[in-house]
Design a protein. Structure first.
Length: 408
């Protein structure tokens, strides 16, 4: 089966979405895959940073972010919001004139490569507003992938409520029309199967088994506690709570000086205690796993905001795969309804702190320091669950199920 992937980024090791797509494409035969990319003009650098040699069609998509309120007018945000939302909706409607041409170009590209099916990543409006139309033009089966609820992206980019409702309506129709929908976590699989009556398959971010680090069972030294963190810093309320708790304790837990090692595009703001935080910048996955394995505990914040409830409830943070490969205990910090909470109950590879306040964080860190047997068991459990559930071989099995392909 020859596949065209329709996505908002190409497979690339330079961004989170590209890394996930890279993992999927690595499990498919390159000569049977092509990729139509509706690329944000601000990510044009990804054209030269693809990770797999396959045919590409790069098309600029309309800018999806709404009209922002200038910082100097932030006090007027609430009264100006109706005007901003109306202007944002009208602007996006104007930009939507580009979609018929985009659909035509994608259809021609697919025909040129004689594809048999379409796999569309529906995390952002561009693919959402084109995937079903292309599939209907070609009369080919459509497989969909959803790794974050699209409302999260649209809300984060200040899209107007009218725009969100329109895109969500098309999203619902597209998922319901697909042959199978790949999702990031079991809660999303269950919900989408019920909502849309579609077959679902969980496909989680995975890594080559060789990237797993040797399991260690002790803290790195007797004087420090190294807390590692990788990826986007989007759960600000959780992060700020961690910093406040550490500040209140003079950055000392159970007699150990705390140092945070953060890997991400950053940098962090000066208010974020730079004397206690090592910003290591963006690192490739192999380097990131190695550096995380040098830490003592790995922190995973998740959003507590009510408007981000669906992304917390249905999604699963890709950084957890890196953390498990590092074979260190994980400190998950998110609401009780978050999908990872059940995961950590099942695997015992870390703690889940479900209150935004920092008291639970402090108690969990103290336990890891004061209970060496607990620390050792969590390290071993993280290593075991990575080997069993998050390697490339596990991902391959799930992709074959998703696309109803026979294993070689």
């Amino acid at each position: 089966m020859k596949i065209m992937i329709l996505s908002q980024t190409p497979p690339s090791l330079q961004c989170t979405a590209g890394i996930t797509l890279d993992g999927i494409c690595q499990q498919l035969k390159p000569h049977l895959v092509c990729n139509a990319v509706l690329l944000n003009p601000r990510q044009a650098y990804l054209k030269n940073n693809t990770s797999i040699d396959i045919p590409y069609l790069f098309l600029p998509k309309p800018i999806e972010s709404g009209i922002p309120i200038p910082p100097q007018l932030s006090s007027l945000d609430k009264p100006l919001r109706p005007l901003r939302d109306t202007a944002s909706w009208l602007l996006y409607r104007y930009q939507m004139r580009a979609f018929p041409k985009l659909i035509k170009k994608i259809t021609a590209f697919a025909s040129q490569h004689n594809i048999d099916s379409i796999v569309a990543n529906l995390d952002t409006p561009g693919p959402i507003l084109t995937a079903l139309a292309v599939a209907k033009n070609l009369q080919l089966p459509l497989y969909t992938m959803v790794f974050d609820p699209p409302e999260w992206h649209m809300t984060a980019y200040n899209m107007a409520p009218a725009t969100i409702r329109y895109v969500k309506k098309v999203f619902d129709e597209t998922v319901a029309s697909s042959t199978c929908c790949a999702v990031i976590a079991q809660p999303m699989a269950d919900e989408y199967k019920k909502l849309y009556g579609v077959a679902t398959q969980v496909i989680q971010h995975s890594l080559p088994e060789s990237m797993g680090q040797p399991c260690q069972s002790t803290l790195s030294d007797k004087e420090h506690l190294y807390i590692g963190m990788a990826g986007q810093l989007y759960a600000r309320e959780a992060w700020e709570s961690l910093l406040a708790m550490l500040g209140a304790n003079n950055w000392t837990i159970a007699g150990r000086k705390v140092i945070i090692r953060y890997m991400g595009r950053g940098p962090l703001s000066p208010s974020n205690e730079p004397q206690h935080i090592e910003w290591l910048g963006w690192r490739d996955q192999r380097d990131a796993v190695r550096l995380l394995a040098e830490c003592d505990v790995l922190y995973c914040p998740y959003p507590f905001k009510p408007e981000e409830k669906d992304v917390a409830r249905l999604s699963f943070p890709s950084k957890i795969t890196l953390y498990l490969a590092a074979a260190r205990p994980i400190l998950f910090h998110g609401p009780a309804y978050s999908s990872p909470v059940e995961f950590f109950i099942r695997t015992q590879s870390g703690f889940s702190v479900t209150e935004v306040a920092g008291e639970g964080l402090q108690k969990s860190l103290e336990r890891l320091i004061n209970e060496p047997d607990l620390y050792a068991s969590m390290c071993q459990n993280a290593y075991t669950v990575f080997r069993n559930e998050f390697t490339s071989s596990a991902m391959r099995k799930n992709i074959l199920r998703f696309l109803a392909l026979d294993a070689e």
